[in-house]
Design a protein around this ligand. Structure first.
Ligand code: DNO
Length: 355
């Protein structure tokens, strides 16, 4: 098992690699080329550049998170095959550079969604939160303005502003895309990239939808055990895997995440671990990693990973803003470092007690 932290790359992240390196147990970073639009090719030079930037601080890139999938691929437009051909070139470049785990998601239009990026908690820390009632009031026609207002003018890291600009067209393009069509388009994509993944032993690791239910009337297909098992068994190949994310699957209290880890045994090369506190049926916030601060039993999840022989990369995922830190929402240094130490502590105890 290798502990990693997400790093957004030069010019995007406020957290310095030299500080990441000082977190006990950190063995590398997961990163992305933030300047690339989904559908564009990642070249050998691009990847060499970001690898060199990490290497300067003595850190290895353990995975790419994410090489994003274009909406054309998700919708299945006439540009899909061109974008898949580009994706294959990016995978070729990643494979040649020795990067073998690729995280991606298949959420239409949006990546992870929150309604509040700076909710103050009782202890004075700030965290990311989601309230369904707010989402339900958003008018799609002025989504960009609503989103900006909700998040105090900040867009979530990882969201591409270009998408928000053409939001109406995108919603129109998804009009006839049902869950089943989206699923079949995902299967098509996975089959098309199989050869290049096999060539380099690349593990594609789909990230669950966050929150784990459809929003804005758009379909979402990786939200629970049944859907995950269906995907893993439909494309039952070594390149088709899951990024287990407790923060995403944990948004729905009905998800039994220990059971999901067991159901996906051997197919989890990457895990995102963080805790969520459910305040009501329609509201949750991201708590500290500690089990007793949230609604998720983090020990049970790490034990399930341990029990199933997890050997992948794991990261503490989001953290709160503590000690006055200002950083990309969810991606400060301090609370993620506390999360990393907590996870390492649990893992060490599991190893030593032999549970
Ligand atoms: C949130 C992240 C996601 C994740 C993508 C994967 O912090 O876990 O943005 O990177 O969904 O494509």
């Amino acid at each position: 098992m290798k502990m990693a932290l997400r790093w957004y790359g030069p010019g995007y992240d406020t957290v310095e690699l030299k500080n990441i390196k000082q977190i006990p147990g950190i063995q590398g970073v997961v990163t992305s080329l933030m300047g690339k639009l989904p559908g564009e090719v990642w070249t050998d030079e691009d990847i060499a550049g970001i690898k060199a930037a990490a290497a300067e601080s003595g850190l290895e890139i353990l995975a790419f998170e994410s090489i994003n999938i274009s909406d054309d691929i998700k919708i299945g437009t006439n540009k899909r095959d061109e974008h898949i051909a580009n994706y294959i070139k990016s995978l070729e470049a990643a494979g040649k550079a020795g990067i073998k785990v690729i995280c991606y998601n298949f959420m239409p239009v949006f990546d992870w969604t929150r309604t509040d990026l700076w909710r103050e908690r009782e202890d004075g820390s700030f965290t990311l939160a989601y309230n369904q009632d707010i989402i339900d009031q958003v008018n799609i026609d002025d989504l960009k303005e609503s989103m900006e207002k909700m998040s105090g003018g900040h867009l979530l890291p990882g969201w591409e502003p270009e998408r928000l600009e053409r939001i109406r067209d995108l919603f129109a393009a998804y009009k006839d895309v049902t869950e089943e069509i989206l699923f079949q388009n995902l299967v098509y994509f996975l089959n098309e990239i199989e050869a290049v993944c096999n060539k380099y032993d690349i593990k594609m690791a789909i990230h669950p939808d966050d929150p784990a239910w459809p929003i804005f009337g758009l379909p979402r297909i990786i939200t629970n055990k049944e859907q995950i098992v269906r995907l893993l068994s439909t494309v039952d190949k070594p390149h088709n895997n899951l990024t287990f994310c407790s923060g995403s699957l944990g948004t729905n209290p009905a998800n039994d995440m220990v059971d999901i880890i067991h159901a996906a045994k051997g197919r989890i090369p990457f895990a995102h671990l963080r805790n969520v506190r459910h305040n009501s049926a329609t509201d949750f916030e991201e708590s500290a990693h500690l089990s007793r601060d949230g609604s998720v039993d983090m020990f049970a999840l790490i034990k399930a990973l341990h029990d199933t022989g997890f050997e992948g990369i794991y990261r503490p995922d989001h953290g709160r803003m503590i000690w006055g830190e200002k950083a990309l929402p969810g991606y400060g240094l301090y609370d993620r470092a506390l999360g990393a130490a907590y996870m390492e502590g649990i893992w060490e105890a599991l190893e030593k007690v032999g549970m």
